[in-house]
Ligand binder design. Structure first.
Ligand SMILES: [Zn+2]
Length: 60
């Protein structure tokens, strides 16, 4: 399934967060939140770390 990166924004854990969020690619602590358009008007949000986010730049 083709997915298109819409936005990439910094993700900060709030002190109230009981569960930490982890990178969906490598499992490190997430620092960024990426939104993807996966088609049919559906948006999917995934968390990524710094390293993995650099591998996915928004399409220009
Ligand atoms: Zn990662």
């Amino acid at each position: 399934m083709a997915k298109c990166l819409i936005s990439l924004k910094p993700f900060v854990h709030s002190p109230e967060d009981k569960k930490l969020k982890y990178c969906s690619t490598c499992g490190n602590l997430a620092t960024l939140e990426a939104s993807f358009d996966v088609g049919d008007g559906v948006t999917m949000v995934e968390k990524y770390c710094d390293v993995c986010s650099k591998k996915m730049k928004p399409h220009r």
